[in-house]
Ligand binder design. Sequence first.
Ligand SMILES: Cc1cc2nc3c(=O)[nH]c(=O)nc-3n(C[C@H](O)[C@H](O)[C@H](O)COP(=O)(O)OP(=O)(O)OC[C@H]3O[C@@H](n4cnc5c(N)ncnc54)[C@H](O)[C@@H]3O)c2cc1C
Length: 397
Amino acid sequence: MSSLTDDFDAALKPAERAMIARARDFAATHVAPNAKEWEYGRKQPLDAIRLAAAEGLHAIELETRFGGPQLSFSCKMRVAEEISRHDMGFAFALINVHNSMVRFARDGDPAMVARLLPKLLTAEMIASPGLTEPRAGSDFAAIRTKARKIEGGWVLDGAKAWITNAANCGLALVYAQTDASKGWKGIAGFMVEADRLGFHREPAFELLGGHAIGAGGFRLEGYEAPDAAMTAPPGQAFKFALAGINGARTYVAAMCCGMLEESIRVATRYGGERTLFGGTVMDLQGVRWKLVDALNDLEAMRALTYRAARIIDAGGDAQEPAAHAKKFAGDRTVPQIANCIQAMGANGLRADYPLMRHMACAKIACYTDGSTEIQNERLGRAMVERYGKSGGATASG
Ligand SMILES: Cc1cc2nc3c(=O)[nH]c(=O)nc-3n(C[C@H](O)[C@H](O)[C@H](O)COP(=O)(O)OP(=O)(O)OC[C@H]3O[C@@H](n4cnc5c(N)ncnc54)[C@H](O)[C@@H]3O)c2cc1C
């Protein structure tokens, strides 16, 4: 019997299936053996990002006119799922390298793109999306980084925090407020280069897990951005920043699927070999049933996630499907990985197995690209719109 994933992949183009197979091989060869060291060494593996770039895994959606293969969102999402089996942190860093480059190539000033794209294509330079600040996350409209107009450009002052790839980025897409009285309409987007005067990188954050993400922050102090570096003008930047959000929510859910499947696989294999009371752990119905519950959630997570991906590629409205996928994945992955760890006894806690790393990353998935509560807000609005209209409602509908 084919799996949901087999069926999903079967509908993709041959070049997309080949890309996914390449990602699977890359993850087995370069991510799985090193993820533990990256995590406990608390470092972002820039060399491995460059190796992934050499395989084209950072440029899946990049348009052919910029040298990319211009494959589908679904392909990118499946690549993220495959890599996340071994390290969601690495997959998350890579997909942000990808997205920032695709955006920059499409929306950046042509001269700037001609100068920097070759470096981004080899990942000699990597880029970051910079929305969040020390005092503004979910409430993006409340950002305090300021952009002040000067002749020929803008002066940026402020701080960004929780930025993926901040540890090593050479380029950041920074959102800044040009006129606080206009609220979200005053926000503009700028391409900020880390080697220019006024850019100050902060040390990467020390976290419970996910260090391959290279999450951290930077300060901008009197940073002068030329007019050409503005990628999204006030009035458009807020929407521009949120343009890829349904995709991001969907691939984060797919990353959870990758981590949960690997956790179930490891726990099941371990339980089949670990003997106790004259049998194996997998002979214990109570443990088997717990892992079946995890598998059951995984199936449901995949069904929601793949549905959202199909809608995105078809150009449909994916707001609700993506929010459902991300909310459900965030809610279920953390407790189900914990159940897999429980099934392995104390050995499940050891760094020799990936489960504790995966659990930390599953928690990260509850925040990135809109927290679980923000998904609830999105879905709650839609629910009230659909079911909450007054007018003749009775107890039976
Ligand atoms: C590893 C990692 C990488 C990240 N990478 C990036 C990146 O590359 N670029 C970037 O810009 N950001 C990035 N982020 C930031 C991420 O987008 C924010 O963490 C997220 O938007 C939530 O913001 P916050 O953490 O400041 O929480 P807050 O906004 O301070 O929220 C605090 C709590 O309130 C809840 N809450 C917020 N609003 C509501 C509401 N309306 N109703 C009910 N509850 C609510 C939140 O869910 C949360 O539980 C990253 C985060 C992590 C953990």
